[in-house]
Ligand binder design. Sequence first.
Ligand code: AMP
Ligand code: GLY
Length: 425
Amino acid sequence: MKVLIVGSGGREHVIAWKAAQSARVDKIYCAPGNAGISEVAECVPIGAMEFDRLADFAEEKKIDLTVIGMDDPLVGGIVDVFEARGLRVFGPRKNAAILEGSKAFSKNLMKKYGIPTAAYETFTDAGKALAYLKTAKLPIVLKADGLALGKGVLICETLREAEEGVRTLMLDKKFGSAGDEIVIEEFMTGREVSVLSFVDGKTIKIMSSAQDHKRAKDGDEGLNTGGMGNFSPSPFYTEEVDAFCKKYIYQATVDAMKAEGRPFQGVIFFGLMLTADGPKVLEYNARFGDPEAQVVLPRLQNDIVDVFEACIDGTLDRIDLQFDNERATVCVIMASDGYPVEYKKGYPIEGLENFAGKDGYYVFHSGTKFDEKGRVVTNGGRVLGVTANGATLREARENAYKATEWVRFENQYMRHDIGKAIDEA
Ligand code: AMP
Ligand code: GLY
């Protein structure tokens, strides 16, 4: 069969790499893809938001299955466009992708169905939000309702900062219409865990847990990024936590979406915080995490195409989802210095060939392209996801950092403490 993957980051690279292992797959296309993805797929220069052109391409090439990796097209309704043209597609429809697309929607859903999350209020009026702040406990968290490249969350220590935040989001419109409505919520403390799951509208199957490192600098300092590296499984995701989440969060979310007439088919990514009062939902995403996918999918033992199809067909209950529990995985993001604010691109990357034939080591490309001379060059804030397996998390971490030395590019930057938390486990 022929598969089309939509997106251009490390997440789409690992999805393409995993799909390429399926005996059922003859050909993979990726739109728009990147230099690394072109090793396993034919990249097509169509943007992820060009829904009609993508659907035209899928019809023309007789694509059997399209997999949407990114949030923007999902929230924008790409799945509905494909379905309306009779094309098979993996991902939630627009009315279900709202679980990620609107924080006000997801908070209200959790409140209505009793799913544990931080206490909150929503506001469409800046004056009312400012008045509410005077009564609120500090620190306090402000969230733009819509998608804001992971930057629409402000954690405010003082009333002044919070007031400024409301102005930035709602009046200055720093994130455009994403700030038309905001969520103001209670600040929680605890360890964060990412849990990805496959969902077919009614059944949910949980993948191996992961822990992300969102801040740009060592010691969790610096700005929030898309993720600077992570590890899987998380030793803090204990059986007790798993049992709690299965009872109060996972199936409850799937059932709530179904009850609202918005059945969710695709990947739900649960951003959890393990608080003193038990696990609570920080946020939902309607897709694989990036780089969570890079540490979870290498240990998935199923044929991923079978799982994608079961989600579409509503037969996920028949899939026995299996992960390699004998190994752990760590991913270190090699970024351009200056990310997530300002950085230069276009530097040649050397040493990528060192990964060839090395079992258990992977270099997933996040932001690369071919230059006019045919060299692989940097083309983004996050450049490479250097990933390795190990018998333990510690070994996987050592392997991943060792492998970062196999590649070089000018202006490279990475955190040196990815997975350090496992020493406390
Ligand atoms: P989100 O995009 O909602 O996951 O938020 C981004 C990051 O902000 C999370 O990964 C947390 O580190 C932090 N955060 C979000 N909400 C809260 C909260 N209620 N309390 C504490 N930290 C939070
Ligand atoms: N790594 C976090 C995310 O994909 O949203």
